[in-house]
Design a protein around this ligand. Structure first.
Ligand code: ZN
Length: 157
């Protein structure tokens, strides 16, 4: 996705927004907003109430905490006490996520899961999200210089 963000632009963007607020969902919202995307949040009436919804693109993004949604990374530990309680809860969460994704797919939606650990540590995460969403509107209007708005006006983020 180098045609949308250079490595340096991406790094600056991620650094600015990470520094402003570490809550993963807010980070994703700010990053996409800065790139020119417009979306709704927590849309009722859609399966699973996705965190970000791009209605015209018919795409939905979930921001998942690794612990609760069992990503399988280092954050996916199981507390030592009350193991059965936790296992039951985790299993229910994973099964609900699966059902929600299947329902959205049946309804014609494409789904992207943004994992907490990747948002925190992986700058390429934004590129994958942009690849999933397609170009933002602001870039669609300026095809000759797709990086112009970002490269020229870093202070306006
Ligand atoms: Zn994770």
């Amino acid at each position: 996705m180098a045609d949308i963000l250079t490595a340096q632009e991406r790094s600056v963007l991620m650094g600015r927004i990470r520094g402003a607020d570490t809550k993963p969902e807010l980070f994703v919202r700010r990053a996409l907003h800065a790139l020119g995307y417009r979306f709704r949040t927590h849309v009722r009436g859609l399966a699973g109430r996705p965190d970000l919804v791009f209605s015209r693109r018919r795409k939905a993004v979930f921001v998942h905490g690794c612990f609760w949604h069992r990503h399988g990374c280092r954050k996916t530990y199981t507390p030592k006490s009350r193991r059965h309680f936790w296992q039951t809860k985790f299993t229910a969460n994973v099964e609900r996520d699966k059902r929600v994704h299947e329902q959205l797919a049946r309804d014609g939606w494409r789904v992207f899961v943004a994992w907490e650990c990747e948002i925190e540590a992986d700058d390429a995460f934004v590129d994958r999200l942009v690849a999933f969403l397609g170009p933002p509107r602001i870039l669609e209007r300026t095809p000759r210089d797709p990086t112009g708005p970002l490269a020229g006006e870093p202070g306006t983020w």
